[in-house]
Write a new protein. Sequence first.
Length: 204
Amino acid sequence: MARELRQRGIHDERVLAALQAVPRHLFFEPAFQDHAYQDKAFPIGEGQTISQPYTVAFQTQLLNVQPTDRVLEVGTGSGYQCAVLLQLTPHVDSIEFNEVLYARTRQRLAALGASGAALHCGDGSVGLPAQAPFDGILVTAGAPGLPPALLRQLRVGGRLVIPVGNSQSQRMVRVTREGPEAFVREEFEEFRFVPLLGASGWRS
Ligand code: SAM
């Protein structure tokens, strides 16, 4: 998988090593486990998906996580991206909107001994004000725009990585907070995510 990811432009060796260290099949439903090492998204129940490895690698590389960073993931899903982030920093919060997935993934991460992340159930489109500020916020569902609360919860120097667009496709966006009121926006390639729900997402 690392060779394919390198060919597609993933060059951060820490990110490649993090993906190598996390066995993806452990985050799959039994019916799909044989497909775990294909570079594709797969169903995880509740109408949701585990992102494809390239997408996980792309977002993680853009987030540029440092070992002391505090990171928030919005959209815990299967817990795979969360486990990858935990390879890069021990300070990870992850929030999931769907109660069934939250409960299932909480058990899974504990069983895997990857319980280092603080898991939350709720609307991550408004962030986690009590835990803010964050050095990195990674959103794993497609948003209609930049959620203002997530921008406010970035530390100066912090990065928000989020797919933004319509229901068919989203452009990956990275916003870096360069000062209290200074935000720099960069745009990257297009992806297709499940919708971000909640107050600053597509209303559920
Ligand atoms: N990161 C996940 C993984 O590694 O398996 C993949 C996540 S899946 C593509 C997107 C997830 O975002 C779904 O589990 C969905 O329920 C969740 N989600 C959607 N809107 C949300 C919100 N407002 N707050 C938190 N989670 C949300």
